[in-house]
Ligand binder design. Structure first.
Ligand SMILES: *Cc1c(COP(=O)(O)O)cnc(C)c1O
Length: 452
C-alpha cells in the first residue's frame, strides 16, 4: 500500500538520461551576462579562459533536453537514483494532516547534491584537455564534491576554502585531501586578490566572493587550468535537474503530487534541481507553489536588489542580473556556510521577479529547532542549509494543522549534517545567536552594485 511506504526507490535504469533546461520553457528572456569592463554582452570568448566550450554552450542553450554522457551516468550510478522519503514520523509528531515528502541527496560520496554537477563539469573539462581545475568552497561541500569528481577522472584540483569554514570545518578539508586535491584557506597569499584582502585585513574571515576571485585569478593565469563553479550558473542548475526528474517519478509511485516544493537557496542550484522539472506543469496552469528559503543573515532574495552585479568580490567575473546584496557583502559567519553568498542564480532571480518562486527568510536558531525535530523523528541529521527548507516545511504542515487541509509538501534534503556537529554543539550549549543583516550594512554593500 503506497500510503504505508516510507522510502520510494528507483532502479539504476531510471537514472535520468537528459538534463532539463528550463530556459526552453520560460517566456521571460534571461538578461545576458555582461563583460566586467565594457558592460557589453559577454560572448563565448569571454568565458573561454574559465570554462570548457561544452559548458559555455550549455549556459546559453535553449534546448529543452541535453543528453547526459554515458561516462557521467556511470559515475552517477555510485549513488543514484537517490531515495524519496515519506516523513511519516515527522507528520505524526506534528499532528498534521499534511503529507510530507523529502528527496534525500545526502547519500552521495560528498554527502550532498553537489557531485551531480561536479562530475558533469569535470567530464567536459577532461574532454577538452584541461589538466587542472581551481574552485572556491564555502562550507566545504562544493570543494569536496569537486575533489571527488576530479579524483574519479584523474585531474588535479586546487580548492580555495573560505577561511572561517576552513577553521570551523577541518573534516571537510580532510575529505578534500583524501580525494587528492589541494586546499588552502582564503584569502590566501597565493593570489593577488588574496594578498590585497590580507593587506587590508589580516584576520579576514573570507567570503565566497573573495574565494571566487582567487580561484578565477589562478585559472586565468595558467594555460592548463580552468575554473569550476558549484552553483549560480545556468549549466550548474541544469545538471541538478536530475533530482526533480527522479522526484516526479517517485511522487507518482506514492500516488501524490506536491502542492508545494520547498528548498533552501545559497546560489540556487539544489532548489532549481528539485523545482525546475515541475515548472512546465505550473506554466500549464497547475497549482504548485515553489518556496525558496534563505537565512536572515544573507537575505539576497528577500532584501537584495534585482540588478547587474559581479559574481565575486574583486569584480573580475562577468556581471549577472540577479538578486544581490552587493558584491562587497561579507556575511556574518552563520553555520549554514553554503548559504552565505551575496548573489543568487540569475534563473532563480528571474522566476522570483516574475512571482513564480516565493522567497522566505529565517533566523538560524529556529532553523536548528527544526533540524533537531527532524533528526529526532526521521533520524537523518540534516545539514544546516536544508534545515531552512525543513523549517519552512514544518511551518507549512502546522498551517495545515490549523486549517485542516491535507496538503502535499515536497522538500529537498540536499545534504546530511554529519560534518556540522560543531554547529549543533553551539545550538545545544545555547551559544548560537541570530544575526539579521543590519539595514545600513546592506545599504553600504549595495553601493558596490555598479551603476551604468
Ligand atoms: C552548496 C550547498 C547549498 C547551497 O547551494 P545551492 O546552490 O543553493 O544549492 C545548500 N545545501 C547544501 C547541502 C550544499 O552543499
Amino acid at each position: 500500500m503506497a500510503d504505508a511506504t516510507t522510502k520510494f526507490t528507483l532502479p539504476e535504469s531510471d537514472i535520468p538520461t537528459h538534463w532539463y533546461n528550463v530556459q526552453a520553457d520560460i517566456e521571460w528572456p534571461l538578461d545576458p551576462a555582461l563583460h566586467p569592463g565594457t558592460h557589453q554582452p559577454a560572448g563565448p570568448e569571454d568565458f573561454a579562459p574559465l570554462f570548457p566550450m561544452a559548458l559555455i554552450g550549455q549556459e546559453v542553450s535553449k534546448e529543452r533536453w541535453i543528453e547526459i554522457p554515458d561516462e557521467v551516468r556511470d559515475i552517477y550510478r555510485l549513488w543514484r537514483p537517490t531515495p524519496l522519503f515519506r516523513a511519516h514520523r515527522l507528520e505524526k509528531a506534528l499532528g498534521t494532516p499534511a503529507r510530507i515528502f523529502y528527496k534525500y541527496e545526502g547519500g552521495s560520496p560528498a554527502g550532498s547534491h553537489k557531485p551531480n554537477t561536479a562530475v558533469a563539469q569535470v567530464y567536459y573539462n577532461k574532454q577538452e584537455g584541461t589538466k587542472r581545475i581551481t574552485t572556491e568552497t564555502g562550507a566545504g561541500q562544493w570543494g569536496s564534491a569537486l575533489a571527488f569528481a576530479t579524483n574519479q577522472m584523474g585531474i588535479k584540483a586546487k580548492v580555495y576554502m573560505v577561511s572561517a569554514s576552513y577553521k570551523q570545518k577541518p573534516y571537510r578539508k580532510s575529505m578534500i585531501e583524501t580525494w587528492g586535491a589541494e586546499v588552502v584557506p582564503s584569502p590566501s597569499p597565493d593570489t593577488k586578490a588574496g594578498r590585497d584582502i590580507l593587506a587590508a585585513d589580516p584576520d579576514s574571515p573570507g567570503s565566497l566572493g573573495i574565494a571566487i576571485s582567487e580561484a578565477v585569478e589562478d585559472a586565468v593565469m595558467r594555460d592548463d587550468t580552468k575554473y569550476a563553479l558549484g552553483s549560480v550558473l545556468n549549466h550548474v542548475l541544469m545538471h541538478q535537474t536530475i533530482i526533480g526528474q527522479e522526484a516526479i517519478k517517485q511522487m507518482e509511485m506514492a500516488d501524490a503530487y506536491p502542492d508545494m516544493v520547498i528548498g533552501c537557496v545559497g546560489g540556487g542550484s539544489n532548489f532549481a534541481g528539485i523545482a525546475f522539472p515541475f515548472v512546465p506543469d505550473r506554466l500549464k496552469g497547475k497549482k504548485i507553489r515553489f518556496i525558496a528559503v534563505e537565512p536572515e543573515a544573507s537575505p539576497s532574495l528577500t532584501r537584495g536588489k534585482f540588478a547587474y552585479d559581479f559574481g565575486d568580490t574583486a569584480g573580475m567575473t562577468p556581471l549577472m542580473k540577479m538578486h544581490t546584496l552587493g558584491h562587497t557583502f561579507v556575511p556574518n559567519p552563520i553555520h549554514a556556510g553554503g548559504l552565505r553568498y551575496h548573489g543568487m542564480a540569475p534563473l532563480v532571480s528571474l522566476l522570483v521577479a516574475h512571482g513564480l518562486i516565493e522567497p522566505r527568510a529565517y533566523h538560524q536558531k529556529t532553523v536548528f529547532d527544526a533540524a533537531v525535530q527532524f533528526a529526532r523523528t526521521e533520524g537523518i541529521i540534516p545539514a544546516p542549509e536544508p534545515s531552512h527548507a525543513i523549517r519552512a516545511a514544518i511551518d507549512e504542515a502546522l498551517l495545515c494543522k490549523e486549517s485542516g487541509e491535507a496538503k502535499t509538501i515536497l522538500f529537498h534534503l540536499c545534504g546530511h549534517g554529519n560534518f556540522d556537529m560543531s554547529a549543533y554543539e553551539q545550538y545545544f550549549s545555547g551559544e548560537m545567536v541570530d544575526y539579521a543583516y543590519p539595514e545600513e550594512a546592506i545599504a553600504r554593500a549595495m553601493e558596490s552594485v555598479p551603476v551604468f
